[in-house]
Write a protein that binds this ligand. Structure first.
Ligand code: GDP
Length: 484
């Protein structure tokens, strides 16, 4: 393969996620592509899906994530991970654009993913392609040939009509993305499925995104770690190493990692920081105000009148410039609202409505910010408080995630190891300690070391050792935050 001069980058195949309204044919399409493009003799090895598969089309590889729907996708986005390079938005020709089509589009756009529309079920009698295209245009999808540049293909996942052309479009779009990886770089990827096998223990399905995944490497996610004992490709064949964008089955985790988590894998070396439990750092969730200077909001109210009031008040707030209304609607706050909030990091505001059960669950699991009240002034007060908190977060100068705690700590003498997620961090700086997204105590850096040498400051991405004093004892997983 041709190497990029200097950077030593190699091309990698695209990773595709299929999304769309329920029953529009996502599973059928994924099954059809798998059945017709994975060589039969090799496919003999497939006993069950590992959450993703790889095909070859026109001599080029494509990886498909075969857990359709938004669930896995949302989980990954919530963790700031992005596994897919490209999305296929499936729309059934007989039904056209449906609520979940729009929702999927919202997810795709929030993730800034390029996408291709597959208009499916064209084998059905009485389908009207023009009607579907019009609906797509109305939903804001500007199709190629109709004044826009979103590629689309009419297909039948049942008969296979148009599927080969769809794969051509995928390869074309992928080429434009110029996907690369560093073979000598940090091995990194995403956990796409996890299960506990009575015989083999913890079995994780992963997709490699950078570097090379090898048997024997230490592996870690923000919540779990271990050492890679064995690797299999998606056909169940043992492998010593796997390259991006290959799906792999991996054995060797000591504890259960979570779906959607990013992992790092590397040769385990000695040295003070390397001796730390191999825990990787979650890519910090982007702070809304820092990200785009706009806080996204989703508005719900009990009737049109209330919604108008809420909308009006939100639009006329002094801080309105920093708010963007993503969606507004009538009725209880539901699962879909929260899923959108999760992927876009939006704030949900409910006036005279509360959350339904599913939404309540999602809110609790993912710690999504929801403000509800029967009284508009209370809503405003809470909103103002939240904006103040965000402003504070936007003033974050430096942040470090605590990865290890050494010895028996005393308040005025704690030795910790951590990774800087926002920098630089400076010796002698005062910090707040955050636990579970809340300010918990404070302290000061007494000494800062990088690779066991004293340093005045250290940059983001670096792992450092620190001697600190704080009003409480620091734990692994805490964050030290320095504000302006
Ligand atoms: P999903 O919920 O999006 O994964 O949808 P499924 O793949 O489960 O498909 C829902 C239903 O539509 C199933 O009964 C499929 O057999 C049917 N279906 C899917 N694709 C096609 C197609 O291209 N043509 C026809 N006629 N039926 C299809």
């Amino acid at each position: 393969m041709k190497k990029d001069e200097g950077n030593n980058l190699l091309p990698r195949p695209p990773i595709i996620v299929v999304m769309g309204h329920v029953d529009h044919g996502k599973t059928t399409l994924l099954d059809y592509i798998r059945q017709t493009n994975v060589a039969i003799k090799e496919a003999g090895g497939i006993t069950q899906s590992i959450g993703a598969y790889e095909i070859e089309h026109s001599g080029k590889k494509i990886t498909f994530i075969d857990t359709p729907g938004h669930e896995a996708f949302s989980k990954m986005r919530a963790r700031g991970t992005q596994v897919a390079d490209l999305a296929i938005l499936v729309v059934a020709a007989d039904e056209g654009v449906k609520p979940q089509t729009k929702e999927a589009l919202g997810h795709i756009q929030a993730a800034k993913l390029p996408f291709i529309v597959a208009i499916n079920k064209i084998d059905k009698p009485d389908v009207n392609l023009d009607r579907v295209k019009n609906e797509l245009m109305t939903a804001g999808i500007l199709l190629e040939g109709y004044g826009g540049n979103v590629s689309w293909q009419a297909v039948s996942a049942k008969t296979g009509q148009g599927v080969s052309e769809l794969l051509d479009l995928i390869l074309l779009a992928a080429e434009l993305e110029n996907l690369k990886y560093e073979p000598a770089g940090q091995t990194q990827g995403v956990i796409i499925e996890v299960h506990l096998d009575s015989r083999r223990g913890i079995v994780a399905s992963v997709i490699v995104k950078n570097g090379i995944l090898r048997v024997g490497q230490g592996i870690a996610t923000p919540t779990a770690g271990g050492k890679i004992k064995s690797l299999e490709n998606f056909l169940g064949k043992k492998a010593d190493s796997l390259e991006p964008s290959s799906p792999a089955l991996l054995l060797g985790f000591d504890s259960l990692p979570q779906v959607g988590e990013e992992f790092l894998a590397r040769e385990v070396k000695l040295g003070i920081i390397e001796e730390m439990p191999l825990v990787t750092v979650k890519r910090p969730l982007t702070v809304p105000l820092e990200d785009s200077q706009k806080l996204k909001v989703i508005l719900k109210a009990d009737n049109t009148g209330s919604l108008e009031v809420l909308d009006d008040i939100i639009k006329n707030l002094p801080s309105t410039k920093s708010l963007e209304i993503l969606e507004k609607g009538i009725g209880k706050i539901n699962e879909n609202n929260l899923k959108l909030a999760l992927t876009t990091q939006a704030l949900v505001i409910g006036f005279k409505v509360d959350l339904d059960k599913a939404a309540e669950n999602l809110k609790n699991i993912h710690n999504i910010k929801v403000i509800t009240s029967e009284i508009i002034y209370e809503l405003l007060k809470e909103l103002e408080d939240y904006l103040t908190l965000l402003k504070k977060t936007a003033n974050l100068q430096a942040e470090l995630e605590v990865l290890a705690v050494f010895g028996v700590p005393e308040k005025n003498k704690q030795i910790i190891g951590g990774r800087i997620t926002k920098g630089p961090i400076k010796n002698q700086q005062k910090f707040e300690v955050w636990r579970k997204e809340q300010s918990f105590t404070q302290g000061r850096i007494l000494n800062l070391q990088e690779q066991r040498k004293d340093v005045p400051e250290a940059e983001a991405g670096k792992e450092v050792g620190l001697l600190i004093e704080a009003d409480d004892i620091i734990k692994v997983g805490d964050k030290l935050k320095v504000f302006v």
